[in-house]
Each structure stands twice: as structure tokens, then as C-alpha cells.
Write a protein that binds this ligand. Sequence first.
Ligand code: KG4
Ligand code: ZN
Length: 334
Amino acid sequence: MKDIYILGIESSCDETSISIVKNGCCEISTVTSSQIDIHKTYGGVVPEIASRHHIKNVTIVLEECLKKANMTMDDITAIAVTYGPGLIGSLLIGLTAAKTLSFIYNKPLVPVHHIAGHIYANNLVKPLNFPLLALVVSGGHTELIKMEKHYDFKKLGGTLDDAIGECYDKVARVIGLEYPGGPKLDKISKEGKDTYKLPIPLNDDSYNFSFSGLKSAVINLAHNEEQRGNEIRKEDLACSFQKAAIGSIIKKTRLAIHNENIKSLIVAGGVAANNYLREQIEKLGQEENIEISFPPIKYCTDNAAMIAAAGYFSYKEGRIEDLYLNAKSNDKLC
Ligand code: KG4
Ligand code: ZN
């Protein structure tokens, strides 16, 4: 069978990333230009600045990616691109680049949902094993998705308000950690103890999550302590927050494993890089005697290798779009 080389393009937030992946599983080359240092000054991503940097970076990233792979556009089978969800201005840059390449080189244009990309990051490690449960934990999403076969997504539940990554970043900011605070909070919590009493988020038997109450509780606690002239023990608060947030994720994931016929559990999205979550999922896998998979850290946060991997399966399903394909800032995977 002829090898299929997908060129993936990801620009939904503040990373301009382009990758070439063979047959949906083998990464040939990936080049990512991150804007973290630029947005750090503002405490979060500024959409207008992000799109301007995507414009500046996209052709350079493409050239570097092809050079690293020692390939030309003639070697590429199809072009996969994140069409949504994400920041509209950012998405449009990647999408316009993909459409232009598709038009000039006469290559099929394959649309990829950003969350399908995060899920398929796991296929770069080992083939997905169905029926599976995907725990999606990112800056914009917190969802439990069941898959019976490739490109077949069924949402079991999700957050009713804030996404887990968003909550990590807000809590981190309140305790004085620089953007993006999630990884920093993860790091300092290792030196802390679970001493702060925080509410257990949405402690019911649904597959849904809720993090806004927990976030408000941390903000109120920090403000109250400040008004009393007390210093917060950052490490302890980070530790207590992680226990409450991840505890709720583990509870709902365990429930879905029990009730659905699940063979394997995969974790996807930026928060899949979290050490405490990884530890707890490993434990859950052993307790429930179920296969588990995490992407390596480099495939957890936004990257184009995951888009190219998902793009391969989307392409095999015959999902090809014409040049009228538009970006969608909000779009459901299922
Ligand atoms: O998947 P991603 O790169 O972007 C979205 O699609 O949203 O996820 C980014 C999110 C940010 O909120 C970031 O703080 C969080 O992932 N994150 C972490 C860790 N690494 C990244 N959160 C907690 N612990 C980490 N180690
Ligand atoms: Zn993402």
C-alpha cells in the first residue's frame, strides 16, 4: 500500500505549527513557533496580536518543516488543517495557508476539528484501541468522549462552565504565577500539602464537570486572606486545588469506565501534561484493569502532528473540503 503523507497545519491559538505525518502514526517532522513570551506580558493570549504573529510565522514554519523532512510539496498526499474551534483570527491564517497550498499544488484539503487532533495525538504513540474513552482536558475543553471506531465520536459528558485548563490558569494567576500558570501550579504543588478546604466540584453521578465554583472558592479564599493580612501558602493552595479538581475528573472518568464498555482510556489536551493527573490516571488504570495512554508532553499542548494524525483518518473517511471551507470559532466535535 502506498504511504500517505499528511501535512498538518495548526494555528487555533498562539502556536503556529506545521507537521508531516506518515500514515497517521509516524511523525516525520514538526516545526512549532510559540508566542508564549509575547503574550506573557498581557497575562493571556491577545487574539489580535496572535493572528499578526501567525501571519509573520506561517511561511517560515512551512519552509522549515519541509526542509527538516527533506521533502517538497510534491511528496505530500493531502493537507489537513484545524478549521475550529479557536480564535477566529488565528484559525483564518492557518486555514488560508492550507487553502493556498491546496490550490497551488492541487492537493486535497482535509478539515480537522481541534479536539479530534488532541485525541489522535495518542495515535502517534500507539494505535487507538476501541471501544475507548477519551478524557479531553485542555484550555478550552473538558469532555468525556467515547469512540467505537475511527472518527466516531460520542460525547458522554463535559464541563457545564469553565474548562479545566482555563481554571488552572485563573487560579495560578490569583496565587501570583505567570501565564500560562497551569504548568507552574503543577510544579509548586509538589512542595505543598493539602491543607486548604475547598469544595468538591459537581459531586454527582453524571458525566459532567463544573469548575467555576472551585475557581471562585480559591479567588475568595485568596482575597479574604489578603484582607486579613495573612500570606497564602501558595504551594499548599496549589496542592489543595489540584486534589479537588483532578479528584473530580478521576471520579467521573471512573464512572464512565464502569458504565460503558471501555477497553482503553486515552488522555488528550494540554492538561494531559499535568503530573498529578498522570499519576492519578495511572492509578485508575491499575485499579480498573484497563489500558491507558497519554501523549508524550510535546504532543499534549497544541501542535500540528496531532492535526496531521487526525487528518489521515479524516482523509481515509473521504472528508475533503473545497476552498469554501470556513473557520469556526465555536464548533462541536459531536
Ligand atoms: O490543549 P492546549 O494546548 O490548548 C487548548 O486547546 O486549549 O491546552 C492549554 C492548557 C492551558 O490552560 C495550560 O495552562 C494547560 O493546558 N496546561 C497545564 C499543564 N500544561 C499545560 N495545566 C496543568 N498542568 C500542566 N502541567
Ligand atoms: Zn488545544
